[in-house]
Design a binder for this molecule. Structure first.
Ligand code: T5A
Length: 228
């Protein structure tokens, strides 16, 4: 008897983004996940926003120095969008098309939260920028790392040492509380894509939580593809 055809998820690489407040541990965890994928013989690249491509890294410098802020919230949002446009076209899409996994430290959710929900940039502008820069591209999975604000800021300050806080680190404590709340809301609104990770634990434990959530997500995706 002929075997029933099992549809496998597409060979396109998976697109996984990491989001969260300042010092929530995204860069640490993205490196850990890349190591695990490498050990599992899966090809993956690690990238970040703003930045991730030569052109976008130049814009990153402008944004984090606070120059974008001087132009006003709408123009600052356009700068994030310009950086994303370059990054998506030259790095993310080519990698996914070759079957490479892309692990990205921040993506469009950061614009939705920082500029949209907290920065009072009109939703119409945020959506228009999203359409222009990423079109139909959406992360397959987004980990939102959640830590109490004081913990995140303390970690960010310890890592920074004597350097001055950047454009967003220097916002007041209320901004960071609102930021945490906005990310928690995002996770609640889009539970199929977003997984809220309790990141207030040592890095090993957080890595374990992320790996467990990823495996669960992949099993679910495989089951859907098999029955489609
Ligand atoms: N932004 C970005 C927007 O406003 N709109 C947008 O569209 C986009 C894309 C980017 C800024 O731009 C804004 C958001 C940001 O403010 P950035 O320099 O890239 O700036 O800063 P962040 O993305 O916020 O990243 P950070 O480097 O500040 O923090 P991470 O990556 O979350 O944390 P990480 O891993 O570097 O850890 C910080 C320190 O804590 C330690 C680490 O060793 C490190 O020293 N640490 C832990 N300590 C204890 N326990 C753990 N579990 C730990 N995990 C990490």
């Amino acid at each position: 008897m002929a075997k029933a055809a099992v549809k496998r998820p597409s060979l396109r690489g998976r697109f996984i983004t990491f989001e969260g407040g300042e010092g929530s541990g995204k860069s640490t965890q993205i490196r850990r996940l890349a190591e695990r994928l490498d050990a599992a013989k899966l090809r993956a690249i690690v990238t970040r926003e703003p930045g991730g491509s030569p052109g976008a890294e130049i814009i990153r410098h402008l944004l984090l120095s606070g120059m974008g802020k001087l132009l006003g919230p709408d123009a600052e949002t356009l700068l994030f969008a310009a950086a994303r446009d370059d990054h998506v076209r030259t790095v993310i899409l080519p990698a996914l098309d070759q079957g490479t996994w892309v692990l990205c430290d921040r993506f469009f959710d950061s614009t939705r939260v920082y500029q949209g929900r907290l920065g009072q940039v009109p939703p119409g502008l945020v959506s228009a920028m999203q359409r222009v820069t990423i079109g139909e591209l959406k992360p397959d999975l987004t980990f939102i790392l959640d830590v109490p604000v004081e913990v995140g800021l303390k970690r960010a300050a310890a890592r920074r040492g004597s350097a001055a806080p950047d454009r967003f680190e220097s916002e007041d404590i209320q901004f960071h509380q609102d930021l945490r709340e906005a990310y928690r809301q995002l996770a609640a609104e889009d539970p199929e894509r977003c997984v809220l990770i309790d990141a207030n634990a040592d890095a090993d434990r957080v890595a374990k939580r992320i790996w467990t959530a990823l495996r669960k997500h992949l099993h679910a995706a495989f089951a859907v593809a098999s029955t489609a």
